[in-house]
Design a protein around this ligand. Structure first.
Ligand code: DP6
Length: 346
């Protein structure tokens, strides 16, 4: 007998970046962060989790048809936590099948480039955790699942919620209060759009895990970013979302992306995620905002050269049009697409 459950989880793109861990094992961050969850129509991971007493004894994970190593501490932590919750259920109801003791088989498909700084690990671990939670019929809330997904990849905790999502850094050493929370559903500010500029689909040079460890160890800009700049911006950003104030949302988004990439450059040896096409995208956003006489577009970059540009639907023609005109034929330009932010909270 085979037991099976499927789910999809969307990509999220941070407007206040997570960069730095106070506990690299539990992925406990040195600062809170905030992201927008993108629509599942284009950028998502689809995952099926199954288990069976007749499977080969090792757990297995297939990503886009390729077998992955599941022995890593992050995947193991997710499996272990979910199995423990299932065991609790089984202990309280002896009629339940003993799924926790069966080998797991996870099959995931991304519909976007993996590890190109497009937050693939976020959607991946969020989908993995929810698929297994569904398979085990756990009564866990999205908050509970965010605590588990965070151990797979920090940013994954934010993909358990739709819309505008915060991740509270928390203070507990066991990570119990380091969870995601919804700032507002997508329907609260439904005209938000994201343009994804796939500058390069190549795997990124320095992984975020390694990069942030080196930043914490060497950057002299980092301490003030984590303890002063980000806490102030978290408050500004939540207020901007509550007030649907795009000028502040956009300005804080761009400044926080710049601050994150500045601490990368300030890392020793330095980390460069932006390339010439990324810098051209920044220039286009500046031209658009100058033409509009106010901030109508905001760029942000994760640990890679691909730009995400946030704008409101009413400015679609201006923003998407100017991007096409400016970058349409450029080398390295792979295309753009508009995306609505995700609307279902779970
Ligand atoms: C730049 O969540 O990929 O995208 O916890 O080591 O898996 P790990 O890191 P990860 O880092 C994401 C960094 C970022 C910013 C963000 O998404 O907040």
């Amino acid at each position: 007998e085979i037991y099976r459950a499927s789910t999809t989880a969307p990509v999220n793109i941070a407007v206040i970046k997570y960069w730095g861990k106070r506990d690299p094992k539990l992925n406990l961050p040195t600062n809170s962060s905030l992201s927008v969850t993108l629509s599942q129509s284009d950028l998502r991971t689809h995952t099926t989790a199954s288990c069976s007493p007749s499977y080969p004894s090792e757990d297995a994970l297939l990503l886009n048809g390729q077998a992955q190593d599941v022995s890593g501490a992050r995947t193991q932590a997710c499996f272990r936590e979910l199995r423990a919750l299932r065991q609790t259920l089984e202990a309280s109801d002896s009629s339940l099948p003993k799924l926790a003791s069966y080998p797991l088989r996870i099959v995931s498909e991304n519909n976007f480039p993996t590890a190109a700084g497009l937050a693939s690990s976020a959607a991946g671990f969020a989908a993995l955790v929810r698929a297994i939670a569904n398979l085990y019929e756990l009564p866990s809330s999205p908050t509970d699942l965010s605590r588990i997904a965070r151990q797979g990849s920090g940013s994954a905790c934010r993909s358990l919620f739709g819309g505008y999502v915060g991740w509270e850094q928390g203070a507990a050493t066991d990570g119990s209060d380091s969870v995601a929370f919804q700032v507002a559903p997508a329907s609260y500010w439904p005209s938000m759009r994201a343009l994804i500029l796939v500058v390069s689909a190549a795997k990124k040079g320095v992984s975020s895990t390694t990069g942030m460890q080196t930043t914490v160890a060497t950057s002299s800009l980092f301490p003030s970013r984590a303890s002063e700049t980000v806490p102030r911006r978290m408050a500004e950003m939540q207020k901007a979302i509550q007030e649907k104030d795009f000028e502040t949302f956009g300005k804080v988004t761009m400044m926080d992306s710049n601050s994150f990439h500045a601490t990368c450059l300030d890392t020793y040896p330095p980390i460069f995620y932006l390339n010439d096409v990324s810098r051209a995208a920044i220039k286009v956003v500046e031209v658009i905002n100058e033409a509009a006489g106010r901030i109508v577009a905001a760029y942000t970059f994760d640990a890679g050269p691909n730009a995400v540009v946030y704008y409101l639907e009413e400015n679609e023609k201006l923003v998407a049009g100017l991007f096409k005109a400016a970058l349409g034929d450029k080398d390295g330009w792979k295309g753009a697409r508009g995306d609505k932010v995700e609307s279902n909270a779970d």
